[in-house]
Write a protein that binds this ligand. Structure first.
Ligand code: HEC
Length: 111
């Protein structure tokens, strides 16, 4: 293989790896049906004061929170039950969906 061909292959692989890391929001929506009763379709609804808004939350934060429920380092009886059945891919896709919804506003005071 020429060097150029190798480079093209390397860039392609990097691109694919990158997309899967980013999560697929469309699939996130599809598998979020069970979550909607409490968090709403867009994560902008909460059925009670105990339930947080997910819409517009940072993707990294959502991934971290769901993994913490799954491994038990964050304890909540309700969410632990729902997180237990999620794969890493499910978590990435769900986080991609909710983080893309209108929600958090950046009120940065940095100048
Ligand atoms: C029966 C209601 C209910 C369902 C269904 C539900 N959740 Fe939750 N969720 C909650 C509650 C209550 C909390 C707050 C728990 C706590 O205090 O840690 C929460 C917290 C979370 C958090 C943490 C948010 C934060 O700000 O730290 C995430 C992320 C989350 N839920 C995602 C999901 C996903 C994804 C699903 C579907 C797989 C789901 N939830 C299904 C009630 C629910």
């Amino acid at each position: 293989m020429t060097r150029l061909a190798l480079l093209v292959v390397a860039v392609f692989i990097a691109g694919v790896a990158n997309t899967s890391q980013a999560g697929n929001p469309q699939r996130g929506l599809e598998i979020s049906e069970v979550c909607q009763a409490c968090h709403g379709r867009y994560g902008d609804m909460a059925i009670d004061d105990e339930t947080p808004i997910l819409a517009g939350q940072h993707q990294d934060y959502l991934v971290h929170a769901l993994k913490a429920y799954r491994d038990g380092s964050r304890q909540n009886a309700i969410m632990q039950g729902f997180a237990q059945g999620l794969s890493d891919r499910d978590i990435r896709d769900l986080a991609a969906w909710y983080s893309r919804q209108e929600g958090l506003v950046d009120l940065s005071t940095r100048r």
